[in-house]
Design a protein around this ligand. Structure first.
Ligand SMILES: [Zn+2]
Length: 125
């Protein structure tokens, strides 16, 4: 495990269509991006797609933490049935559920949507 994560400036953005590297372009003064297999996207399209991907990945992490908790609970039960102390599995299950709650809050909280609420409403002032 790394000593500590950092938030360096990304060298490039990722194409929401294929995951490839996006190259920035200016067309008639408008910022857009082109990936190496030809997807051409406006900055606004990338911003919205990036947010949907973010929600999907957070939900995936939440589901994985929930599954970790379930597996640890099953292993704790096996340990109890085998006459062993299940405390490490129970602690890991509680930890996974607590961390899943953190992700759940991230998913449920309002996010600033600079282009509006993604349903066509104008942005909040
Ligand atoms: Zn692409």
């Amino acid at each position: 495990m790394p000593e500590g994560y950092v938030l360096d400036k990304p060298l490039s953005l990722s194409c929401p269509e294929c995951g490839g590297v996006l190259r920035p372009e200016q067309r008639a003064g408008i910022r857009q991006f082109r990936c190496h297999i030809g997807h051409v996207l406006s900055a606004e399209t990338v911003l919205v797609a990036q947010f949907h991907l973010l929600e999907k990945k957070l939900a995936s992490v939440m589901a994985l933490l929930n599954e970790r908790a379930e597996l640890c609970q099953q292993l704790a039960e096996d340990a109890r049935n085998g006459g062993e102390r299940p405390s490490a599995f129970e602690a890991a299950a509680r930890e996974a559920l607590a961390r899943a709650e953190i992700i759940k809050r991230l998913l449920e909280e309002e996010w600033i949507q600079p282009l509006g609420d993604l349903t066509g409403e104008p942005p909040a002032r």
